[in-house]
Design a protein around this ligand. Structure first.
Ligand code: F3S
Length: 392
């Protein structure tokens, strides 16, 4: 592959992986069986996938894609044409992923439905929530990949053996004692936001978490740890995949120092993020994409209600989840309020640019950061629903 005998696209993918392997002193390449490329539909993404596509590369293993934009859906609200530069880049990017045989999942939670690794499986997953989720919750082995290294691994079917592919590098490095009342998915987002920012790197071990987190709580914790920090993995002894006890999580070396997180730290984190308090113009949920449980909860909260005039409400999810949510009736209930359930789309895309001046509200710190509303209000899913129906 490195000599170009399988085409220039595969050669470029292999060159990248060899360079990464050399940078990290990896002794060899090892096979991987799945990849997830955190495609963004932006210039850096297009640059590399186009090289692969033009060079005739194809994915050798299951390789899923991250949300970009649902052109057909947004065509109804904004003028998307080929002349729109960001649209044209996203469109070309989608086309290149199709050409190289990636799975068109366009979702940031592929590990729940479209591309699920097993315990002990070596994979190459990029995307903020995906990397910590597959390492910690499932017990698969992946490094914190970029779009390009994950995609290259998808084409080659291998990755350099370094970092989290080696068992000795998967032990905990920081002890985090949780005394805060973790009552919902939102509080797990704030926990991830706080701890990621505080430690910036390493593998936290959480003690004091009262019970097994729900899937959306895990997703929120994973996403925020790996946004404010570069945290590819964590342990919750007795709960996550690789550590039954605190002792095992640290491979015998439990640190003397610890970080303590109380309700006070979570409240402070929310206050740091929040820049608005009054009425809102728009709500965006689903960053990371909402799963089916969250769609069910949202349907329950919105049933029989209507959005206040002038307020828009957007819920992002995967195509797979939307299909099930439609069949089950959740989408009808949610959309009867005037809200939109959107698939395949990231909140960091040009299709939301018209919300830049608006006062936004979200349950996702990641959304608050990337979307760059005017002012932004933070709250739980229930608080977002309540504010949008009352408009305040
Ligand atoms: Fe998903 Fe985009 Fe948010 S990839 S996590 S919707 S920033």
């Amino acid at each position: 592959m490195l000599k170009g005998e399988r085409g220039s696209g595969t050669q470029s993918a292999m060159e990248l992986l060899v360079a990464i392997g050399e940078a990290f002193d990896a002794p060899r390449m090892i096979p991987v069986t799945r990849a997830h490329a955190a495609s963004s539909g932006q210039e850096g993404d297009l640059y590399f996938v186009e090289i692969l596509a033009k060079g005739g590369a194809t994915c050798k293993i299951m390789t899923t894609t991250n949300p970009i934009v649902d052109f057909e859906y947004f065509q109804k609200f904004i003028n998307i044409s080929d002349e729109h530069q960001e649209a044209s880049v996203a469109w070309k990017t989608k086309d290149c992923y199709r050409q190289i045989g990636a799975i068109m999942s366009w979702s940031c939670i592929p590990y729940l439905a479209e591309n699920i690794p097993e315990y002990g499986e070596h994979v190459a997953f990029s995307e903020s929530s995906a990397t910590p989720y597959v390492n910690s919750v499932i017990g698969a082995l992946t490094n914190r990949e970029s779009i390009q290294t994950a995609l290259a691994a998808g084409v080659v079917g291998a990755t350099p053996e370094y970092g989290l592919h080696l068992r000795e590098n998967r032990k905990g490095t920081v002890l985090v004692k949780v005394e805060a009342n973790l009552k919902d998915g939102y509080s797990y987002s704030l926990l991830g936001q706080y701890v990621g920012k505080k430690i910036t790197s390493g593998i936290p071990v959480f003690v004091g978490i009262p019970k097994r987190p729900t899937i959306d709580q895990y997703i929120n914790l994973c996403a925020m740890l790996n946004v404010t920090g570069a945290i590819p993995m964590f342990h919750i002894p007795g709960i996550t995949a690789e550590a039954k006890t605190e002792e095992e999580a640290f491979a015998g070396n439990i640190p003397k120092d610890k970080i303590v997180v109380t309700d006070h730290e979570l409240l402070e984190t929310q206050e740091e993020l929040q820049t608005a308090t009054g009425p809102i113009d728009t709500v965006i949920l689903g960053c990371p994409h909402y799963n089916l449980d969250q769609m069910a909860e949202l349907a329950k909260l919105t049933k029989g209600k209507k959005l206040r005039d002038g307020v828009s409400f957007w819920v992002n999810t995967s195509a797979t989840t939307k299909l099930l949510a439609e069949r089950t009736g959740y989408v009808t209930v949610i959309e009867e309020t005037g809200a939109h359930v959107v698939t395949d789309t990231c909140i960091d895309m040009f299709c939301w640019n018209n919300l830049k001046e608006k006062t936004g509200m979200t349950d996702s710190p990641k959304c608050a950061y990337y979307r760059r509303f005017g002012p932004v209000k933070m709250g739980t899913m229930g608080e977002c629903v309540a504010a949008s129906m009352k408009g305040a």
